[in-house]
Design a protein around this ligand. Sequence first.
Ligand SMILES: C[S@@+](CC[C@H](N)C(=O)[O-])C[C@H]1O[C@@H](n2cnc3c(N)ncnc32)[C@H](O)[C@@H]1O
Length: 378
Amino acid sequence: MKMDELDALQASLNCALDALRDELSAQNLPPLSSTATEQHPLDDPAYLSSPRIFEARRLALGCIGQLRNLLQVPYEKVVEQSFAVYDTACMNIAVSTGMIDILAESPALSVVELAKRLDLHPIKVATVLRYLATQGWLIEHEYNVFSLARPGLELRKEHNGRVWTGTPGKPRVAMSLLDMMTLPDCKFSTSREKTAFQLSHNTSLSLFDHLKAHPAEFEQWSKSVRSLGAASQKALINDYPWASLDSKTFVDCGGGHGYLSMLLSQELKNSKFIIQDLPEVVRMTKKNVEREYLDQQKEGRLIVEPHDFFQPQHRKADVYMFRYILHNWSNDDCVTILKKSASAAPPEAKFLIIEYIPHRSASTHRTLPAPLSMTSGA
Ligand SMILES: C[S@@+](CC[C@H](N)C(=O)[O-])C[C@H]1O[C@@H](n2cnc3c(N)ncnc32)[C@H](O)[C@@H]1O
């Protein structure tokens, strides 16, 4: 008999939560708490999730998303979605005005004190903080007294989440998407010069040409890309059989500041890495490599050079890597980049494409999966 949707989701959610609880106890990890004042070991980018924990979290979040779709009054979903833009705005306000940094220093702080220290209006500060508390970033312990909740800890200085928020512009670009879809000049174009980016930034330059002309923005943008890599580097090293590629030559196409190659060069001691990027970027990459990996550079295992991936690749190598590259370009551009990069590649060369695929809490599956059994070691 076909299972009722609610029953199937409940069964899958229970199964995911049981697996999570089991794994936490098997690994002697503390219970999860959203109001903890310290990060949970699972939040640490250096923590390597077991496959069971990874799948259990994914399944639980997917079920929660689907349950929302099932249970929420559709009108309320529309209203909630239209307000979602304020979530981002409030998070940016809390970071940019320094609210997060002050809250990070104290166990709990009153709105009056916070507003005084920041020279802001207390009622406006309270509105933003309360909004963030409803989203789980903060806790309102008593009326008008707030502290960081566990997710909010990720917005503290030096944390990957904070670095990621440092690159502004996403709301601006988002507000131009409608024009990009409908204006006669843009609607049927897939050119990199006819995107929402140009409309929102009032420029005719492509994203990367704009960044080249604004070095400080480029620097910040590169830092946020680095945070993306840093947050998943443990999994990246473990999820691919890199050891089978030791002693090979790698070309890191659009390698940015070189962090992927630097990381891999520690794992693959007999391999050589050629990091290529635009001239404006490789200046910084060279400095990074010299500062952090001078020995590998001296041994000739880490080479940094300018190369435009729209031009024929001159390096003959065993592996060509593209991390966080292809999502930036149209389908036609991607085909060009890959074809040009294959110019000097031997037939047995590997092309490794590494991309970030955001988790969405609701799955896009039309049909529900049968409730999973998440046995230990699955
Ligand atoms: C999202 S970043 C990824 C950087 C790096 N692969 C990483 O994982 O950290 C995209 C990179 O592509 C580079 N890029 C853009 N256009 C390029 C081009 N025409 N030729 C080579 N690199 C380019 C940028 O400078 C930037 O460093």
